[in-house]
Ligand binder design. Structure first.
Ligand SMILES: Nc1nc2c(ncn2[C@@H]2O[C@H](COP(=O)(O)OP(=O)(O)OP(=O)(O)O)[C@@H](O)[C@H]2O)c(=O)[nH]1
Ligand SMILES: [Mg+2]
Length: 321
C-alpha cells in the first residue's frame, strides 16, 4: 500500500516534469492543458508553474485596453501579422473579467483573429475568469508567464478598459497600449482622469472614419508634455501598423536597456505574491468557514446580539493564521 502510494506520487511527479518540459519546448497542446488547470485553479497548475518560473521574464508583455468595440481584436490581428513578418513568436490572451460567462465576446475575438489559428508561431487563448470582483485575477499573471516560458517573444493581452481592469492590466504588462477612436469623445474625460497614467502608447484606431484628423490633433495636444507616443491606425484597412510595431519595439528596447524593467519586475512580483496570498487566504476561509456560519453571524449582528467587530474577530480567529 505504502509502496504503491510512493509509486503513484513518483508517477505524478514525472507527469508534471514532462508537462513542464513540453511547455518549455513550445508545445501548444500542453500549454492549453495547463491553461485549463490555471483557469480551474487546479493545484497541479502551481506544480507546473513552479518548474517554469525560472524560465520566464524574456517575453514582452503588452496589455491592449480600450473601450468595447474600439477595435482591439482587429488591431491585434494586424499586430500579430506584422510581428510574424518580423519572425517573432506571439502569444495572445483575451480576458473579459466583466462578463465571465459570456461566450459571445470571446467567440467574436476568435473570428477576428482567425487569420492566425493555423500558424504555429501564434498561440491564442481566451481566459474565462471566475473572479467577479472586477480586477484581473491571478490566473492572468500565471497565463502570461506560461506563454512566456513557451518561448513567445511577445504576449498580447486584450482587456476591456473599464475602471479597475484598466489599472490592473498595467500591473501585469510591461507595456500598456490604450486604443481610442475618432468616436471616443466621451472617453476624453476618462483619458484626462487617469488613462494617461497607465498608457505607455496611445493608438487612435479607425483612422478611416470621419473626424479622425481632428481627433488625432486633439489627442496629440492632450498628450503633449506627457511623453506618451501617439499612433494612428486603421485596423480595418491594415494602415499604420508597421510604425506602431516600431514604436512597440522601441519601447521594449528602452525598457530592457534602462533600469525600468527591473523595477517593473519587482512591482509585478510583489503584486503577484500578494494576489496569491489573498487567493490562498480566501480558499482557506471558504473551506473553514461556511456560508451558513457567516449567515448565522450576520443574524447575530443584525439583531445586536453581537457587534460586527467581535463577529469578524471571532471568525478570523478560526483561520488560525
Ligand atoms: N471603420 C473601422 N472599423 C474598425 C476598425 N477596426 C475595427 N473596426 C470594427 O469595429 C468593430 C469592433 O471591432 P473589434 O476588433 O471587435 O473591437 P474590440 O475592441 O475588440 O471589441 P470588444 O472586444 O468587444 O471590446 C468591428 O465591427 C470591426 O470591424 C477600423 O480601423 N476602422
Ligand atoms: Mg475584442
Amino acid at each position: 500500500m505504502a509502496k504503491s502510494r510512493a509509486k503513484s506520487s513518483k508517477d505524478r511527479k514525472s507527469g508534471i516534469d514532462e508537462l513542464a518540459a513540453s511547455i518549455l519546448a513550445g508545445n501548444p497542446r500542453s500549454a492549453a492543458r495547463v491553461l485549463s488547470l490555471i483557469e480551474n485553479r487546479n493545484p497541479l497548475a502551481n506544480e507546473v508553474m513552479k518548474r517554469l518560473y525560472s524560465r520566464t521574464g524574456r517575453a514582452h508583455v503588452i496589455g491592449i485596453t480600450g473601450s468595447a468595440g474600439s477595435g482591439k481584436s482587429t488591431l491585434i490581428d494586424r499586430i500579430v501579422a506584422e510581428f510574424r513578418r518580423r519572425k517573432k513568436r506571439v502569444g495572445i490572451l483575451t480576458v473579459d473579467p466583466s462578463s465571465p460567462f459570456s461566450g459571445g465576446a470571446l467567440l467574436g475575438d476568435r473570428v477576428r483573429m482567425r487569420n492566425h489559428f493555423m500558424d504555429n508561431g501564434v498561440f491564442i487563448r481566451s481566459l474565462a475568469t471566475r473572479d467577479g470582483q472586477g480586477g484581473l485575477p491571478t490566473c492572468v499573471f500565471e497565463a502570461a508567464q506560461l506563454l512566456d516560458a513557451m518561448g513567445n517573444d511577445s504576449i498580447l493581452i486584450e482587456t476591456i478598459g473599464i475602471g479597475q481592469n484598466q489599472v490592473e492590466i498595467a500591473r501585469v504588462a510591461d507595456t500598456v497600449l490604450v486604443v481610442m477612436t475618432p468616436e471616443s469623445g466621451d472617453e476624453i474625460q476618462a483619458l484626462k482622469a487617469g488613462v494617461l497614467e497607465i498608457a505607455d502608447l496611445l493608438v487612435m484606431n479607425k483612422s478611416d472614419l470621419p473626424g479622425s484628423a481632428q481627433m488625432f490633433v486633439y489627442l496629440g495636444d492632450l498628450l503633449g508634455a506627457a511623453g506618451v507616443p501617439l499612433f494612428k491606425t486603421s485596423a480595418l484597412n491594415d494602415d499604420g501598423i508597421a510604425p506602431l510595431i516600431d514604436g512597440i519595439e522601441k519601447r521594449w528596447a528602452e525598457l530592457v536597456r534602462g533600469g525600468n524593467r527591473k523595477r517593473r519586475i519587482l512591482d509585478i512580483s510583489r503584486t503577484q505574491l500578494l494576489a496569491l496570498i489573498r487567493d490562498r487566504l480566501m480558499i482557506k476561509f471558504e473551506k473553514k468557514i461556511g456560508e451558513q456560519e457567516i449567515t448565522r453571524w450576520a443574524q447575530r449582528v443584525a439583531s445586536k446580539a453581537s457587534d460586527p467587530y467581535t463577529a469578524a474577530e471571532t471568525i478570523l480567529a478560526k483561520l488560525d493564521l
